[in-house]
Design a binder for this molecule. Sequence first.
Ligand code: GCV
Length: 642
Amino acid sequence: MKTWDMAWLQGETGDKKWNADIVGFEADCKIAARAVKELGTNPAGTKVTLARVDCEELGAEGFHIYSKDGGIIIEAREAAGALYGAFCLERLAACGESTDALNITSVPDEPLRMVDHWDNMDGSIERGYSGRSFFFIDNELVVGERTEDYARLCASVGINAVCINNVNVHQEAERLITTHLPEVRKLADLFAEYNIRLYLSLNFAAPMSLGGPQSADPLDPAVTCWWKQTMTHIHEAVPGLGGFLVKADSEGRPGPFTYGRTQADGANMLADIVRDFGWTIIWRCFVYNCQQNWRDYKTDRARAQYDSFVGQDGEYHDNVILQIKNGPIDFQVREPVSPLFGAMPHTRQMLEVQTAQEYTGQQIDLCYLIPEFKEILEHHTYCYDTDDTVADIIAGRANDLAGGIVTVTNTGDDSNWTGDSLAAANWYGFGRLAWDHALTSAQIATEWVLQTLSTESDVVDTVTDMLLRSRDIYESYVAPLGVGFMNEPADHYGPNVDGFEYSRWGTYHRADHLGVGPDRTHAGTGYTAQYKEPLCSMYDSIETCPENLLLFFHHVPYDYRMKDGETLLQHIYDTHFAGVEGVRSLIAQWESLKGRVDETVYANVLERLERQFKNASEWRDQINTYFYRKSGIEDRHGRKIY
Ligand code: GCV
């Protein structure tokens, strides 16, 4: 399947302008062969030599590209580096860069650059907004042309690990580790040719549902024995697997807490069994009580991950990585960075972000997420004397314990892969940023537009500008200032201000007639104390708390004066009116491109933007009306509030 949006990968071997050859790699090396195929062997093309060199600096995946005598040399220590070098060369050419005087050395910032799918075996996708699964159809794992395109797509941006099934492992998906192993093997082998390790999500209680002991207690010898046998069988069938991803004790999923054991007990039990196979256990930290009582002002969901894990620092074995969501709650458009990053200096940690726009517009509303991902990576944790950022911690620069970075992906079987054609920029951008944290959001956006939509500079500038403005616009019309969760509980799209307020989910805004926001300071739930200084004091004080997180940390009166002198309430009114105007301006920008980009893309994006306009208007009216009715305070500008 070749579609317009894969333009950065298009062109079959014969059409390409390169004439690639390999030197020093084994003749039967499949990854090197992919690199050659990628570039093509057109006798009339520019000569590209993929050469194996023994240069430690390049590591297992890095490459050095340079121009020499009218040709191009791509040097790498391992074939993976040659493949990434080949994709880099293609990208440069597609972006219109001259290849006459190349001299680029590139080594990935993160060792593990992963994509998690929440695909179910019946073909549905949890929080999927771009069609159905292309991995699973009618309870079968399908390895076909689309899968191969996907592997190539991943490799082209440097992704080296993919978990194909939902962390909520139900029904047939449990049997991915038993009856479906032959197809799993086929997929793992295909992925391996693109330097991608395949991961599977596991049900922690699999022994009980797959005919083993009627317990999942990680310290029960019968349970351990069942896992040993099962893992040995899996290894015989699919030796090249990367490992497993586990969601335990979270949102109804079983886990070690049921047996009075710790998360470390659960993770280590599996890790010890798979260590000799070279596999990794990725253990999610998304552990919290989803049966909260809204009347309870002390229990705070934001505290849960830190409280559940931090005490076990140093207990996790070396092939366990803790996968931590970027914020303490759940992928809201604005949350503080989780205080767990850096707080476990003897534990491998990886960052989990969400490219699927569950709470950020569901691939209807435009929301380019790379600026957010960069903010998270650049966040200083103050956990080490060396002033480390989240990026330093997950890459292992802070403590020599490398983890990695993962995104919950936004792809499906829609012909453009991501529903909204512009949402593909998030997918592309995640991969590029995972490889190179120094890239700017603008660089990534521009690269993407050049390779997919147009090389005409005004089109590139317009779409880049739309992408770069989109997150701020989105943020301005949804739940204000980090308070989060004013969305519709059923599908998480659109406003429903009190939708979660009296529920069990622990996501409360606490609005009354005087003010809004949960109190997470020392006087409230005490969450701010989970941060190291100076962050703890900064968040704890309403004076120094960053304004865009004001309502995450503080219960703030409506007449509170913001830094620009406006009241909190007026700020809410103003931003919500402005948000809708922002969407109007996005539409105008896009309409200016009619006839300048592919017609199908044009129509697809316009249709989404029009839906976004309706959504933004609904948010504006519901949020403003809600606070007007609560407070009784008029808009200073006399605009229409219902
Ligand atoms: C896969 C949120 C989502 C769930 C998701 C969960 C998780 O709660 O709404 O659909 O489950 O996060 O990350 O495990």
